[in-house]
Write a protein that binds this ligand. Structure first.
Ligand code: AMP
Length: 249
């Protein structure tokens, strides 16, 4: 079985985002960038599947600038076998990513594609679903467990009423939720070994992908500052505040 894991380079989750008003975008100057946390979970799951002897090769792929190679290298240090960088100036929108991934899957016949459930920068939560639609294949979103039963993939996913189990036929797209696993840290020897692993570089044109965005970002602004809370002395005061200050009753 061959597994493809798309990994996105995003602003590190610990960084406080700043808005660059001149360019109407998030200021990325001197900002720590990391692998999207849900993609780390996806890589970890692929490695665990391989460690159980159920997978022959794990390929990680990123669409983004040259620096996305660092993200790919991290996944290789965790245990993925090889990487592909589809080089673009910026990180493209979900439909473009999904179209590029669909081409790769069709070219190289992957059996399972494990994505993060969402990117923490754009919070789109769209790429996996779009990819499965383009491939016309089975999909299991928000997986908290992945198992195998002969040729089928068994997914457990958390839904409002409890846990749902899906039996998917290959090829299949699965998106990783937070509780799927806790990703490992790459060990120093594996970081060194990862330097020898291959990262192929592709131009989006090699895949025949139209990179022109369909989405227009109209405005980027900081959320309004939170006003601190306060204590009230009585129910009457609370009701008065709700009526006359908050205007909610
Ligand atoms: P999104 O739909 O943007 O929330 O992203 C969902 C998932 O799609 C991510 O967790 C990644 O696994 C994958 N993905 C999105 N953008 C990229 C990208 N530029 N390169 C590689 N994978 C991506």
């Amino acid at each position: 079985m061959k597994i493809l894991v798309p990994v996105k380079r995003v602003v590190d989750y610990n960084v406080k985002i700043r808005v660059d008003k001149d360019t109407n975008s998030v200021d990325l100057n001197n900002i720590k960038m990391s692998m999207n946390p849900f993609d780390e979970i996806a890589v970890e799951e692929a490695i665990r599947i391989k460690e159980k002897g159920q997978c022959d090769e794990i390929v990680v792929v990123s669409l983004g600038p040259e620096q996305s190679k660092e993200t790919i290298r991290n996944a290789l240090a965790m245990g993925a076998d090889r990487g592909i960088l589809i080089k673009t100036e910026h990180s493209p929108e979900p439909l473009i990513v999904a179209k590029a991934l669909a081409k790769l899957v069709q070219q190289d016949n992957y059996d399972l594609i494990i994505l993060g459930k969402q990117s923490i920068d754009d919070d789109c939560n769209q790429t996996g679903q779009m990819l499965s639609a383009l491939l016309n294949c089975s999909v299991g979103t928000y997986a908290s467990k992945i198992d195998f039963d002969n040729d089928s993939i068994i997914i457990t996913r958390e839904i409002d009423g409890g846990l749902q189990t899906l039996k998917l036929s290959k090829p299949s797209v699965v998106t990783a939720d937070l509780r799927l696993n806790v990703p490992r840290y790459a060990s120093l020897p594996n970081i060194m070994k990862a330097k020898q692993k291959t990262i192929d570089e592709l131009d989006p044109q090699d895949l025949g992908i139209d990179m022109n965005p369909k989405l227009v970002i109209k405005k980027v602004e900081e959320p309004p500052k939170r006003i601190g809370g306060g204590k009230v002395e009585s129910i009457e005061e609370l009701i008065d505040k709700l009526k006359n200050e908050a205007g909610v009753i």
